[in-house]
Design a protein around this ligand. Structure first.
Ligand code: ZN
Length: 448
């Protein structure tokens, strides 16, 4: 099979008249300046699919349920109580149905792979399922049903706060000791298919002791390592009280943070942390829509990018799933904080949209342990834009990605191929109706 595009985003720029051959889910050939051949499917613009570096799929089902003021000081911690009550009721079948809806939406908006930060492991009583990886299986099922690429990140969670504090009852479904987690990793690996891969996710320095962190890194000596860090001011203060160091500072000092690491949020950084984090080669897992929704704070992206820091974007709580809107929210957060414009441009890349997209493609792929962009041998993960969409009226190459990210609403994406299979056509997931019907039935039952 071959796809032909007027333009394709290759090596951080536009190539013209691009013919992409696909075999066994991978890119078998790339010709530029090539005419379409009979039988080629023709489209206007090809972008490499983005990696969504951070998702909790089941949280899609509680989107919109936490926007009501319940007390004068509503914050992340009161949101977390609502989230714990919601997940209390979920079965593996529920998680499969809700997660599939989130994954279909990811594909429809230009994500082709997700890093699923998976912490809901046990039954409602807090006991392991007979199949210890039943919940991981539900996530793999959602990925298979929608075709989204999966990087499964089983979460190790053992404590309620810094200093090995006891977990709360609301956390009982997340908990493992190291032996239990090792068994969970083995059982989870057996659920994966296709080009799914796996890493590990120590939940946060609140939930994991230094000894446990060292044991986890021994259990998983290669592959992605993701951890929530410095999302909340209270978390930073608690970490300083516990260790004398801030969370990202502690990780940089003690955890061997390097290219395999992705620090999720890392919102609250001092100037020294920004410089050291950027130099580490690790990826910042930024989730601007969720961070805004939860009132986390603003990541110091201008300084971090100026220091060469790497980032990917994630949809985290899945309150609203949209790749372009994550990039837009990231830029707008900086503009609002600094009262200035066009802040996340690069020195050689003055167009903000193109710079954000190129960096998110690179950082996202690194964070999920896969190859980035279009090249022979890479997964054929391709997003086509509909240049007839009104947002692209009169567009040129230079502003095309700015128009997609800053001006287009849903509908700018035409087709999405994931591992060479077309999963989105005319802007809609090909199984979207069935996935949505199962989701509606599931959520209606849970909330009844
Ligand atoms: Zn998260």
């Amino acid at each position: 099979m071959a796809l032909w595009f007027e333009r394709a985003w290759i090596d951080n720029g536009w190539a013209k008249d691009v013919r992409i051959g696909v075999a066994d889910g991978r890119i078998a050939s790339i010709e530029t300046g090539a005419p379409a051949e009979p039988g080629d499917e023709r489209h206007r613009v090809a972008l490499p699919g983005l990696c969504n570096v951070h998702s909790h799929g089941f949280q899609r089902g509680m989107a919109g349920l936490s926007e009501r003021r319940s007390r004068p000081d509503d914050n992340f911690w009161s949101w977390r109580e609502i989230m714990y009550r919601f997940l209390d009721r979920l079965t593996p079948e529920d998680v499969a149905a809700i997660t599939a809806q989130a994954y279909a939406e990811m594909l429809e908006t230009g994500f082709t792979r997700v890093g699923e930060f998976h912490y809901l492991h046990h039954d409602p009583a807090g006991d392991a399922y007979a199949d210890r990886a039943a919940m991981a299986g539900a996530i793999a099922e959602a990925a298979a049903a929608t075709g989204l690429g999966l990087t499964l990140l089983p979460v190790f969670y053992a404590h309620g706060n810094f200093g090995a504090a006891s977990p709360s009852p609301g956390q009982r479904r997340f908990l493992n000791d190291i032996d239990g987690f090792s068994a969970l990793l083995d059982a989870s690996r057996a659920k994966l298919s296709g080009d799914a891969n796996m890493g590990i996710a120590p939940h946060s320095l609140r939930a994991v002791t230094p000894d446990e962190l060292a044991a986890l890194l021994e259990l998983s000596p290669t592959g992605p390592v993701h951890i929530h860090a410095a999302e909340q001011v209270k978390e930073v203060a608690d970490c300083v009280a516990w260790s004398g160091a801030r969370p990202v500072e502690w990780l940089l000092d003690h955890a061997g943070v390097d290219e395999r690491w992705c620090l999720i949020h890392s919102t609250h950084l001092d100037a020294n942390e920004v410089r050291r984090f950027a130099a580490s080669g690790a990826v910042a897992g930024l989730c601007p829509i969720t961070e805004g929704n939860l009132g986390d704070g603003i990541f110091p992206a201008v300084d971090y990018l100026a220091d060469g820091g790497r980032f990917g974007v994630g949809t985290d709580s899945n309150i609203l799933v949209d790749a372009a809107q994550e990039l837009r929210a990231l830029e707008y957060s900086q503009r609002l904080a600094q009262r200035a414009r066009a802040l996340l441009a690069g020195e050689d890349s003055p167009f903000v949209g193109a710079n954000l997209f190129a960096r998110a493609v690179q950082g996202g792929a690194q964070a999920l342990g896969v190859a980035e962009g279009f090249a022979v041998g890479h997964a054929a993960d391709i997003v086509s834009l509909d240049l007839d969409h009104v947002a692209f009226a009169g567009t040129d190459d230079a502003t095309l990605l700015d128009r997609w990210i800053f001006t287009a609403r849903a509908g700018a994406i035409d087709c999405v191929w994931r591992a060479g299979t077309k999963r989105v056509a005319a802007g809609r997931h090909v199984a979207g109706d069935a996935v949505a019907a199962a989701y509606r039935a599931c959520v209606a039952r849970i909330l009844a």
